[in-house]
Design a protein around this ligand. Structure first.
Ligand code: MET
Ligand code: ZN
Ligand code: ZN
Length: 411
């Protein structure tokens, strides 16, 4: 098999790292062999049994300066193979240069681009001033609690003395690269309704389905109000609160489907909520209790907060993008030095492990160098063009060399 950047990317994409049973062992072995070939130190940490984390290190010439960390996650969301034009873990390079694979954008591209950039920098004789670390973490797609959360809370992490982190971002449909200074915080909301069962023909008050449908209506109205703000141009998608129904569970099963002439005594609906760092979580909780799942309509609910909402100093989880953050101009200029341009910094609509680094007060940007690319993370037929992938390696050469050369003593 040939050994080119694209061939190596395809090999990494072929590991089936989809939940609920991601293969972590094989991609880690592959990454270790890559690290050995390039001359990077490798160490595996296991904060949770069978959920290993790989840490690669390129020592700087001044190891007393805070280090820079490049993070990516090993795992992927599942794919529905029947809806794909190529099998999602075949990593097929189509004739037009599109590489189809689950994880091509999210986020196996950056995982390999970091390594390819370092390979090239080393070949050109570059030595970093600051130590460069790369982390490959498990379980990001299910919240990162056994991955990044434990890692960033560990003694091992503290010892890395990390001053700045780059984590994954999202594709850009235009010519400019996108950079993200915050994530939205995910909440899982499950609402349940109970009520008297009855004949399917009867109209009566307070049935479980009636109450559940009323809640869905109220939530849909709220969703519309937020979406209207986006549609009017007052805010970006990621700056409002999103609430999307993800499941509905009700009905009395029968061998042919569901019993049709009985009204069920319980029903349940699940929602994915995302809160921007500016949202007031208490207000949303009040809204849920009073309007979305009111006890007076026999409703109960459960909110699972999937991660922190404020940092250790009780500030919103955001990284500044002005000159008061000394890393900002360094990063921006590195993109420009590579011939790229950054669009206005954004909040990421989804959620990444960056929140755990920001929680510790470490400046962290989300960045995945993909321009002129449709946003296909978690979608069918996720792909990345070979040319876009290769261009990203050049961008990281600039970014890694600039960040690791930054002299600022106290950052
Ligand atoms: C549930 S935590 C976030 C997991 C995933 N990265 C997402 O944004 O959906
Ligand atoms: Zn991701
Ligand atoms: Zn994802």
């Amino acid at each position: 098999q040939e050994d080119t950047p694209i061939a190596r990317f395809l090999r990494y994409l072929q590991f089936n790292t989809a939940h609920p049973n991601p293969n972590y062992a094989d991609p880690i072995s592959f990454l270790i062999s890559q690290a050995n070939a390039i001359g990077l130190q490798a160490r595996t940490l296991e904060f949770t049994l069978s959920k290993p984390l790989l840490l690669l290190t390129w020592p700087g010439s001044n190891p007393s300066l805070p280090s820079v960390l490049f993070n990516s996650h090993l795992d992927s969301v599942p794919a529905e193979p029947s809806k794909w034009i190529y099998p999602p873990f075949s990593a097929t390079l189509a004739p037009d240069g599109k590489i189809y694979a689950r994880g091509a954008q999210d986020d196996k591209c950056i995982a390999m681009q970091y390594l390819e950039a370092i390979r090239n920098l080393k070949a050109n004789g570059f030595t970093p001033l600051r130590t460069v670390h790369i982390s490959y973490v498990p379980d990001e797609e299910i919240g990162g609690f056994d991955g990044s959360a434990k890692f960033t809370g560990s003694k091992e992490f503290e010892d890395l003395n990390v001053g700045f982190v780059l984590d994954e971002g999202q594709a850009s449909t235009g010519d400019e690269f996108r950079v993200f200074y915050a994530d939205r915080t995910p909440w899982e909301l499950k609402i349940k309704a109970t009520g008297d069962p009855g004949h399917g023909s009867r109209l009566y008050d307070n049935g479980a389905m009636e109450n559940l449908m009323k809640s869905v209506e109220v939530i849909t109205k709220f969703r519309e109000s937020q979406f209207d703000i986006v549609k009017s141009g007052e805010a970006m998608n990621s700056e409002v609160i999103s609430v999307n129904p993800v499941y509905l569970k009700a009905g009395i099963p029968s061998p042919t489907g569901f019993v049709m002439n009985m009204q069920p005594s319980e029903g349940e609906a699940g929602f994915d909520l995302r809160l921007p760092p500016t949202a007031d979580p208490d207000l949303i909780k009040k809204r849920i209790a009073e309007e979305w799942a009111p006890a007076r309509r026999n409703m109960t609910y459960e909110v699972i907060e999937k991660g922190p909402i404020r940092d250790y100093l009780d500030r919103p989880l955001m990284t500044l993008t002005n000159d008061s953050n000394p890393w900002w101009p360094v990063f921006k200029q590195a993109i420009e030095a590579a011939g790229g341009k950054l669009s206005r910094p954004e909040i990421l609509a989804s959620t990444t492990d960056a929140r755990f680094m920001r929680q510790r007060g470490i400046p962290t940007f989300g960045f995945s160098p993909m321009t002129n690319t449709p946003i296909l993370l978690h979608d069918h037929n996720e792909f990345l063009k070979d040319t876009v992938y290769l261009r990203g390696i050049e961008v990281y050469e600039s970014v890694i060399s600039s960040l690791s050369s930054f002299k600022g003593e106290s950052y």
